[in-house]
Design a protein around this ligand. Structure first.
Ligand code: GTP
Length: 258
């Protein structure tokens, strides 16, 4: 890397995409590389973490207690827990800063209910505060096997696109679970508009959905051309070298721009 500054990696993705497993795998990988990361868990509702977090939102807020106290459902409970945690963000930042000399990567795991983090005020405050501290890369984790049909691929990419434009930060799409299904189809659909159209046609008759997706894929073409993509398997660890190559590339480009 061209800078000695540490990098924040924020892991975002749909429920079940494999954020937590990927965090665990990255954590182990960096330990093997003698680059132990500093890990922050921002998911108040996770029951069991498969890795040791240096800072854990659950030590500050009891999600079940919050639900009871404020008479909330699960999503309201997570959102309120995140809001309460955000009031203590300055303490988190000062702990993180103390590790900046010795840590290359700070990893942040986010709640499974993606919209709670990406569309809430506290999610935006956390993301922007982190980005103001160190270069920050948002990693959008995709469940590749569940994205292999044109319809799910398109909606997942629309979501990724909305997060990219909302956060306006260095962004990386990590196609996870490549031990089950390779991500080559996704790269082909992004690089070759015709290939995606063929896949759409192969799906069946000309329905309203297909025609909508045809129009949307034209819009997404511009988004794809700026997109950084990598295939990984949190299960086997394949692709992690490429993952960090892309993270460092995103940070380099960010430094060149500013
Ligand atoms: P939420 O906590 O709901 O947000 O889920 P998450 O995004 O953190 O996903 P999690 O890491 O809990 O993984 C969901 C499921 O996918 C688990 O059963 C994992 O074992 C499985 N999984 C995660 N990554 C991989 C992978 O690379 N390959 C395979 N085959 N399975 C995976």
């Amino acid at each position: 890397m061209s800078t000695n500054e540490p990098v924040n990696i924020i892991m975002i993705g749909m429920a079940g995409s494999g954020k937590t497993t990927l965090m665990q795998r990255i954590n182990a990988y960096l330990h093997e590389q003698k680059k132990a990361p500093y890990v922050v868990n921002l998911d108040p509702a996770v029951s069991k973490l498969p890795f040791q977090a240096n800072i854990d939102i659950r030590d500050t807020v009891d999600y079940k207690q919050v639900m009871k106290e404020y008479n909330l459902g699960p999503n309201g409970g997570i959102l309120t827990s995140l809001n309460l945690f955000t009031t203590k963000l300055d303490q988190v930042i000062s702990l993180v800063e103390k590790r900046a000399e010795t840590t290359e990567y700070f990893l942040y795991d986010t709640p499974g209910q993606i919209e709670i983090f990406t569309w809430s005020a506290s999610g935006a405050i956390i993301t922007n505060t982190l980005a103001a501290t160190y270069p920050t890369v948002v990693v959008y984790v995709v469940d590749t096997p569940r994205t292999a049909s044109p319809a799910t691929f398109m909606s997942n990419m629309m979501y990724a696109c909305s997060i990219l434009y909302k956060t306006q930060m260095p962004f990386l799409v990590a196609f996870n679970k490549t031990d089950v299904v390779g991500h080559e189809f996704a790269v082909e659909w992004m690089e070759d508009f015709e290939a995606f159209q063929r896949a759409l046609r192969a799906q069946g008759e000309e329905s309203f959905m297909n025609s909508l997706m045809h129009s949307m894929s034209l819009v997404l073409d511009e988004f794809y051309s700026h997109l950084r993509v990598v295939g990984v398997s949190a299960m086997t660890g394949q692709g992690l070298e490429g993952f960090f190559g892309k993270v460092d590339e995103a940070v380099r480009e960010y430094h060149e721009e500013f």
